[in-house]
Structure formats: C-alpha cells, structure tokens
Design a protein around this ligand. Sequence first.
Ligand code: NAD
Length: 257
Amino acid sequence: MSLKGRTAIVTGSNSGIGLGAAEELARAGADVVINSITDRPEDHALAEKLAAAHGVSVRYLQADMSKPDECRALIERAGGCDILVNNAGIQHVAAIEAFPTEKWDAILAINLSSAFHTTAAALPGMREKGWGRIVNIASAHGLTASPYKSAYVAAKHGLVGFTKVTALETAGQGVTCNAICPGYVLTPLVEAQIPDQMKAHGMDRETVIREVMLDRQPSKQFATTSQMGGTVVFLCSAHADQITGTTISVDGGWTAL
Ligand code: NAD
C-alpha cells in the first residue's frame, strides 16, 4: 500500500484520529501536512518527530478550520495535495433547548463546512493530475443518532451526504471520496465529553463508558487511532480505486445492531 510520492493533508491532526491518520500515511510513504488551530513549539516538534520516524516530509501548518478562508488557504499553502483527510472536529453534549447557538455554529463550521471549503480548494489540482483521494472522517453518528448531540449528529449526517455528492462530481476522473464512520475511540474529544455525558444522563464515569458508549458497540472495545489511520491508507491505496461515495464503518458492530 505504498503512497510514496503522494502528498497528504490531514486537518485537525495534532492529536487523536487525525494524528493516527498522519502516522499511518507517513508509514505508507506519503509526505504529510499536519494541521491544527494551535501554533505551539510542540506542534512543530510533532511534525519533526514524524518525519524522522518515517523518512518522509512532514510539515505543520496552523489554520483554523472554522474559518472558510483559512480552510482554502491551507490547501494553497501546502501546494495542493493528492490526499485530503477532512478530520478536524469538535463535540458538545447538551439538550436541544439548552444547546448554545455558538456551539451549534462552531460544530457545523468545523465538522461539516470545513470539508466543503478544503474539498473545493483541493479538487482542481486533483482533477488536473487525474488522481486524488478524499477521506472524510464522519462518525457512527453520521448514520445513527444519540440524544444530546444534535449539532454533531446533524454535521456528521451532512458530511456523509457531502461525501456522496463529491464522489458523484468526481466519478471517472481518478478522484475518489469516501467517509469513515468510527465508533468510539478514546481520544481527547471523547474524554472531554464524559463529564457532560455524566451530567446529561445522571451517571458516573464508569457507567457512561459502559452504558452510553461501549454498550452500543457489540465488540465492547474502543477502536484505536491507528486502526482508523489504517483504514484511511486502505482507501488511498490501489486496492480501493473503485470504492467511492461510500462509508466504511469502523465501529465494533455498532451500526449492525
Ligand atoms: P481530538 O480532539 O483528538 O482531535 C480533534 C482534532 O481537531 C485536534 O487535532 C484539534 O486540534 C483539531 N481541531 C479542533 N478545532 C479545530 C479548528 N478550529 N481548526 C483546526 N483544527 C481543529 O478528537 P478525535 O476523536 O481524534 O476526533 C477527530 C475526528 O474524528 C472528529 O471529526 C471526530 O468527530 C471524529 N470521530 C471521533 C470519534 C471518537 O470516538 N473519538 C468517533 C467518531 C468520529
């Protein structure tokens, strides 16, 4: 599954699933651009560490994925890309009537609209080369729903729909677009929602993990960030040339129930 000579941009990739994707893409030989909203010495050090570990070029480019101009400029600053992984995402847990409007807007902007802006900026270069891979990190919540996650569920369902439209507009042009729908992976995003879930459901931490999270996954296990990254690499490999407009669930059986 060599991706040598390809350049990949992974949005929101200084932690969690995005970092797992960046690591697996680098391991497969791709040059990688990692991104996040922060611009700390440790972000740049992370890029250097990945580059040294895998013998590829890894650059860190700061950009705020809630801002359309910064999404589009990221693609330009990277010099275009062969592989685009739309991964940046945030979460907020609250009942609809208590859901702050600014949280709704931020979740829709980062989890959904950023993929529209980066895709629009990346497509012309991919079409010109006749090769491109777009992988959108959606969620099991892009196919199912949970209470108290209205904005997240709406954004992820939207991302699954946007994936299909992108596939239709690029079919037969050497460009594919697919979505990965992860179940629960114990990343900072999931850790951060546990206190809110405890409050919303009136449960302690262990009960939230067991009954709200893992109970939905027949495997009863969290998936790992490298398993998500491996699925990204597969979708970018020649094995997946005819896979476009679909979703791959990596959810321990959640959506089979
Ligand atoms: P995470 O918090 O570890 O990663 C989120 C990344 O997005 C971080 O790098 C963060 O810095 C970045 N980010 C946040 N706001 C940003 C902004 N405005 N601009 C640029 N970058 C920004 O969480 P994660 O769990 O790895 O989430 C990654 C993706 O996977 C998200 O889209 C999330 O919805 C999705 N997902 C996660 C799970 C899970 O269980 N962890 C399940 C399904 C889907």
